[in-house]
Design a protein around this ligand. Sequence first.
Ligand SMILES: Nc1ncnc2c1ncn2[C@@H]1O[C@H](COP(=O)(O)OP(=O)(O)O)[C@@H](O)[C@H]1O
Ligand SMILES: [Mg+2]
Length: 324
Amino acid sequence: MSTPILEVRRLEKRYAASGILSRSRAGLKAVDGVSFAVEAGSTFGLVGESGCGKTTLARALLYLDPPTVGEVLFEGTPLGGLSRAGLRGFRRHMQIVFQDPNGALDPKMSVRASMGEGLANLGVPRAERERRTAAALELVGIQPAHAGRYPHEFSGGQKQRITIARALSVDPRLLVLDEPVSNLDVSIQAQIINLLLDLKSRLALTYLFISHDLNLVAYLADRIAVMYRGRIVELGSTARILDSALHPYTRRLFASVPRLTGERIAPKMEGDSEAGDSSRKGCRYAARCERGELACHSNDPELHDAGGGHLVACLLPEKNDQGG
Ligand SMILES: Nc1ncnc2c1ncn2[C@@H]1O[C@H](COP(=O)(O)OP(=O)(O)O)[C@@H](O)[C@H]1O
Ligand SMILES: [Mg+2]
């Protein structure tokens, strides 16, 4: 088997405890021992409700905010062993697009200046920066002649196109897309999704696509990891997740209701969506689980192979409805 383009091994990210609201003295484990691999050329989907640790995981695996524990390998190279300069060189291969283009684009900088920054950091000369910026804007459907304009002169969808262009301008192989359409009008979401699909095939990209919307992830991804409170609770091919989800939480995500805004949310129990609390015993989903039994409150289920590379962390996984 070929080396995965990205491999994440037992990644943990802890935030220091601060103030009287902190969950425990040990701090908050926002990501608690996550492992997965992404094959080159594929789309890997990461799904889970707000607060489960998706953005923390994305930032940690790119070493924007390094992991507390664990390893990240890009094409077999452990990022943890790299110097700052080495890491900077690697980052051009893996870029991220965030949910909110307004936060990602400096309102006081022209599109040209914003886009030139990353290229300048890589030592790309001015003329070449200009050429690459224009080419990237063209790819995402923004007129290169508008590169002198400022963020407020563009719509939300156009701004997200510009952040995608900026990510692409350094010629990455892997794009981490962290809820790239969640802040956009429903009418614009499909355009951006289609753009991403088009770019992926034209540029032979690999995607790590992050969303709270399992139906959207299932539409785009080849493989899906479902995250709950800092952990992966189910991981498998999209076909398996669609046809025979094993974890009760995955099933609940599919049943989530569309809201007027187009955002899909799962029914929520107060204060129970957040990442790991180290004082807890047993399965972190037990309090919400309709199948939960006594054992679930004392045994923390490990992610294990339920057959054919379909992983689940549940003591009482759903029986396969379809396969019999
Ligand atoms: N910088 C930070 N300091 C402390 N806690 C944080 C920080 N960023 C995120 N968190 C907490 O970590 C958990 C996961 O957050 P996040 O990764 O943003 O989740 P998601 O992207 O899935 O919505 C949440 O409980 C959040 O409050
Ligand atoms: Mg997030």
